[in-house]
Design a protein around this ligand. Sequence first.
Ligand code: TRP
Ligand code: SF4
Length: 402
Amino acid sequence: MLPDLHHSRVLSGMRPTGRLHLGHYHGVLKNWVRLQHEYECFFFVADWHALTTHYADPSVIPGSTREMLVDWLAVGVSANAATLFVQSQVPEHAELHLLLSMITPLSWLERVPSYKDQQERLKGRDLTTYGFLGYPLLQSADILMYKAGQVPVGEDQVAHVELTREVARRFNHIYGREPGFEEEAERARRRMGKKAARFFDRARRAYREQGDESALAEARALVESQQNITIKERETLLGYLEGGGRVILPEPRPLLTGAARMPGLDGQKMSKSYGNTIALRDDPEQVAQALRTMPTDPARVRRTDPGDPEKCPVWPFHLVYSDETTRRWVQEGCRNAGIGCLDCKAPIVEAVTAELGGIQARIAELEADREALDNIVAEGCERAREVARDTLEEVRHAMCLD
Ligand code: TRP
Ligand code: SF4
């Protein structure tokens, strides 16, 4: 693990606006399950974000929040490995959002692509609100609160992480330059020892005078690897290196989740708004029905017409669920019309049903013990609040609010 916790911290959230489906499971949650063992992870239910679009009918939010937490646990997200919480239960997020709003130019928010896109897409809702404009900044507050180094997101959220980087940079630029910063940096530099300090100077000069990016990267790595300096000294040195002030809010990076590994029933991205999902809570009848009626290669009008798996939305399901033997059987049987489409779908019906059966059994267990779930969430929220309070203390101090 990296020495600096901030860089090994991972944070991600989901909006509780409906049921989780196979796209969430294969595209997002399996990734979380893996990450939780490699990094310090914070996963949360973004119920305030849900409210930005669902403010007129918020009644779906509490039920979805609860289901979402249960489903996460059922697929293997672990409350021991990761911190699980609900955004609105950590009201510090609202304060950080407010404070960041002071330094965020309106134009930065107006030009985030999802702003106009979503207003176009969700025509039925009035999204000309202050809250919706602030959506990406609220997300920035979520991320910066935990000083997350990596944010697992889909393609559509990268612009929000980019905005977060800009906001962090601006914040550090304005508030990281306390009086005496240079002296403080000098002290921290000496604390690394003679040899490291000399290397640091050379690299800093190469970057500042010649814009040498690799020197910057080397110096950063040097600072990150120091065991004997405090977190504050490290932040000072990182800020000093780039010529700005102390880094109070580190810039996060998006961690792209291998997106459409699980396309929907119609071959488009699996998404509730396209109505092409299989929900984690669908019963076996619904699953079988959905798969049986899903479209196939349009060239196979009759059973005797040959087809091409590459042109069929069923094929990606085989890539997720079937072994090599079955896949070969599909490739041949489809191309020479040796099998029918229902034959082809049968192993998938079986695999999806078995997968969901396991998940649903765990869901049932979790739902039988509401108290245990309440405790998990309460503990997660408390753990999150501890980190949030620390960050806010620094932020308030930087903004002369203490
Ligand atoms: N906007 C994200 C989405 O719609 C959800 C979200 C809110 C989030 N805050 C976040 C994701 C912080 C990552 C980090 O999917
Ligand atoms: Fe698609 Fe399978 Fe039918 Fe070929 S046989 S068209 S891959 S469902």
